[in-house]
Write a protein of this length. Sequence first.
Length: 418
Amino acid sequence: MNAPIFSNHGCRLNMYETEAMKELAGQSGLTDTVVVNTCAVTAEAVRKAKQDIRKLRRTHPQAKLIVTGCAAQTEPETFAQMSEVDVVLGNTEKMQPDTWAGLAGEYGTEPVQVDDIMSVTETAGHLIDGFGTRSRAYVQVQNGCDHRCTFCIIPFGRGNSRSVPAGVVVDQVKRLVDRGYAEIVLTGVDMTSWGADLPATPRLGDLVLRILKLVPDLPRLRISSIDSIEVDPALMQAIATEPRLMPHLHLSLQHGDDLILKRMKRRHLRDDAIRFTEEALRLRPEMTFGADIIAGFPTETEAHFENSLALVQDCNLTWLHVFPYSVRNGTPAARMPQVNGRAIKDRAARLRQAGERQVARHLAAQIGQTHSVLMERPTMGRTQQFAEVTFDHAQQEGQIISAEITSTSGTQLHGRAA
């Protein structure tokens, strides 16, 4: 091998940063290196990262193996003790050109380079102009989180919330549109906290409206996961008035029972989530929702769980991300009375089944409808609501076409170009 090999785990933000590291490694001249960008969201994510590290070491026995990402930030000693690992980098260090210059140079490199993430006050969103398919690019606008949900280790991997200034974001979006991208996705750890650390404390809705105003040639703008209780009036205005803002929101709900939400230290109650989705649908009837929901949080009874199950229909959720609860050492939830593992697995399966029914219902309702579809591959694209559409005949990648939906198959629609 010559060029570095990168293995990415976890969220869109990690994918974004992996692309940035590729550029930094290339600029430094680094060769014969394997980089694993880890995720810490669950214990299973850490286990999979370790498994990947061992596999990559067997495949590339002579390479320098570097581990970075949230798991490396939160438990560096775990990875430093692995015989397969040469260097452990923190989330701040991985985004610094000097780090990669040092790794590529002849002078010595510290085997563990992980500083206090809580002392970081800026984010590195300016390093690359997005990434993605030929049709869709992702732009980091925020990093870190100021909240302390009792189940979550991520603030200790990402640090406190930091925002990319609006002018920097707009300039990035303009460059990406000039390069032919038809859809931009704004991404971050806690998107609705964007702007709190900037002068005049703008809100996420202000950023969305500014992008749509200053980049009139942008066909589609999409927002990644948001916290519905923190949605500001300007974002609601954008939902109501801006057709270029895609009618698909992924919500960080986590649970449907008020007592469990309080024990999670969430900032919303069940009725708050329902009110938000009802209002968003009133403003934009074609809106669809995804959501993160945890099954088996400590102390969860069957009655608590039933409230989560009911929330799927009460909030008209379509695209579910179901997480079976797993203990993360160092979080308050790890010290709470735990739910039986078999019950957790069963509840997660029931939530997924509810999600599958919602997807089937949504897809069936699209038959006979005409949709605007962004082509990701010659025979596959996505609707504005993020449903996949397949075609018998190849279309031009990166183009937005009009298509009539003729049938469904599994989790996909089938369409005919108009």
